[in-house]
Structures are given as structure tokens and as C-alpha cells.
Design a protein around this ligand. Structure first.
Ligand SMILES: [Cu+2]
Length: 222
């Protein structure tokens, strides 16, 4: 009986520790919703080959700029107001490669079904089958039908950003802008669909399956 109780106590302690570390590791939420009274919302994010901060500084990741302090925050929990136009800018600092599935080279679900590059040209698809147009990541919200391919940069360049948060004005990046309109309230999962978790199972482990890195939620608020 003592052994059984002892084992039960050990299991209980382990469960509590696991739960606490899970809760403690949840990324911050950046709030674009409260204080919003009509008009559109500006959302600025970046994708880095190495996030440079937190528990896994070498992991590939998204970061987002707070609307109030304009500081980069390492999180993928973004609160947005409902039925609102969101103007998104993503600075892509990571390298890329040919797409395994050409589907992810298409722009879908955005206003006009287009996105705009640094040069000002709009595009509906990137031919991701060649190494000339490498894709680093995607911004994809499956429930909203949104997909935007994010082009990769050349790692051999001097101003390649090796560790985030990267500086858009100084370091090599592909800037992509697009807009979409939020639906009613709910939690809408978003993620990257490029298996970019190098060193993890089929590139789909590690940062690809961890909140705050290559996946997160658009928390659309009433
Ligand atoms: Cu990715």
C-alpha cells in the first residue's frame, strides 16, 4: 500500500510540474483589438531563421510588433477585432528553398487574392519549383482560406540576419504586404506550411509544432 501510494505521489508531482511548465511557457498575447474603434488595423510581423530569444534561440520563428510600443515580441498569439480589415506587413529574413508542394506558392484568401512585394508589384503566385525563387515560410490560416508565400533571402549576403529580432531597415529581407478581413469572434489557427523545422522529424517538429514559433492563433475578439 505504501509503495502504491508513494508511486501515486510521484506521478502526481510529475503531472503538476508538467502542467506548470506548460502554463508557464505559453507565449504572450499581443492585443490589436482593445481600444479599436473602427478603421483598419496595422499588423507588422517578421520571420527569422533564428529567433534569438527565449527557450530556443536557434529555432525558426515569427515575431510581431506591438501596436502600442512598436517593440518586437516573440509570440504568435495575436488578438484582432472582428469584422475588421487587417493590413499585414511581413518582413521575411530567413533563407528558403524550392517548394515540395506548389499549392503553397499561391496567394489565397487575401483582399483581391493578391499580395505585394518590396518592389511594389502585386503577385498571385510564386513559382516555387525553382531555386531562383526560394520560399522560406508561408502565412497560412486554414479556416479562413488564407495563404501567402514568403520568399527566402540569400544567406551569403553580408547583411543576412543570423539572429532575431532582425532590423527591416538594415538587414536583408523580403517584405510582403497584404490585407484580409477578420470574420466573427473565434480562435483561428495559423501556421507555416513549409517544413522549416530543420533538425526535427521531417522538418515538422520543434518550432513547427510549438506555439510562438511557426504556429499560433488569430484570436478574433467581439
Ligand atoms: Cu516556416
Amino acid at each position: 500500500m505504501a509503495i502504491v501510494l508513494g508511486m501515486f505521489a510521484v506521478v502526481l508531482v510529475l503531472v503538476v510540474f508538467a502542467a506548470m511548465s506548460f502554463v508557464g511557457s505559453e507565449p504572450a498575447t499581443v492585443d490589436f483589438a482593445s481600444g479599436h474603434h473602427g478603421g483598419s488595423v496595422t499588423l507588422v510581423a517578421q520571420t527569422d531563421g533564428a529567433v534569438g530569444t527565449g527557450a530556443h534561440p536557434t529555432w525558426v520563428s515569427y515575431q510581431v510588433k506591438t501596436p502600442s510600443t512598436h517593440k518586437w515580441v516573440h509570440t504568435t498569439l495575436w488578438q484582432l477585432p472582428e469584422h475588421t480589415k487587417i493590413n499585414v506587413t511581413i518582413y521575411q529574413f530567413d533563407s528558403g528553398g524550392p517548394l515540395r508542394n506548389q499549392h503553397w506558392g499561391q496567394v489565397t484568401g487575401t483582399d483581391g487574392t493578391t499580395a505585394t512585394r518590396t518592389t511594389g508589384t502585386t503577385f498571385k503566385i510564386i513559382n516555387g519549383t525553382t531555386s531562383k525563387t526560394p520560399i522560406g515560410h508561408t502565412f497560412t490560416v486554414p479556416a479562413l482560406g488564407i495563404n501567402v508565400p514568403l520568399m527566402g533571402v540569400t544567406t551569403s549576403k553580408k547583411n543576412f540576419c543570423t539572429s532575431g529580432p532582425c532590423t527591416p531597415t538594415k538587414q536583408l529581407n523580403h517584405k510582403v504586404t497584404f490585407s484580409f478581413t477578420t470574420p466573427g469572434p473565434g480562435n483561428y489557427h495559423f501556421q507555416c506550411f513549409i517544413p522549416c523545422g530543420a533538425g526535427h522529424v521531417f522538418g515538422n517538429g520543434g518550432p513547427m509544432q510549438t506555439l510562438g514559433y511557426m504556429g499560433g492563433f488569430l484570436e478574433v475578439m467581439a
